[in-house]
Write a protein that binds this ligand. Structure first.
Ligand code: GTP
Ligand code: MG
Length: 151
């Protein structure tokens, strides 16, 4: 069961876009298996973005992620890691296609409202960083047989 880590950053939360963003993943047919709201510490944000530690915007990025409440989520479904990134759109909202979350709802790269894991390894690492195993819920949704066509 493929899973990915998705976070609504403080700008998305402050702008009242939580339901809009969740709705796009939900309507696609992906399944929400973990969710919480939290204000990450700066140290936690640095762990989350450790791959970017040598970039000039790293400090500002980690300061921003820790500046307010974040919605942390795990979504499950076939192809959810790659397709979740498609739903999100390109990193720079100026380059994100219309119809994507960033394309429709954000304007600049430093305030692009949402994060999504960029591959299977980062998905695993990020889920482990943000959630304890017992915070992930296993369940069968009644819609799955209509989404996947299996009985
Ligand atoms: P995430 O899903 O947030 O990880 O975005 P991404 O995978 O599309 O991009 P990446 O991991 O390369 O960068 C992480 C975050 O750093 C981005 O979402 C942006 O918020 C921020 N970022 C990336 N590039 C720039 C940049 O050139 N300038 C600024 N200010 N922020 C950037
Ligand atoms: Mg990234």
């Amino acid at each position: 069961n493929e899973r990915t880590f998705i976070a609504i950053k403080p700008d998305g939360v402050q702008r009242g876009l939580i339901a809009e963003i969740i709705s796009r993943f939900e309507r696609k047919g992906f399944k929400l298996v973990a969710i919480k709201i939290m204000v990450p510490s700066k140290e936690f944000a640095q762990k989350h973005y450790h791959d970017l530690k040598d970039r000039p915007f790293f400090n500002g990025l980690c300061g921003f992620l820790s500046s307010g409440p974040v919605i942390a989520m795990v979504w499950e479904g076939e192809g959810v890691i790659r397709y979740g990134r498609k739903l999100i759109g390109a990193t720079d909202p100026q380059k994100s296609e219309p119809g994507t979350i960033r394309g429709d709802l954000a304007v600049v790269v430093g305030r692009n409202i949402i994060h999504g894991s960029d591959g299977p390894e980062t998905a695993k690492d990020e889920i482990n960083l943000w959630f304890k195993p017992q915070e992930l819920v296993n369940y069968i949704s009644n819609e799955e047989k209509w989404i996947y066509g299996v009985n």
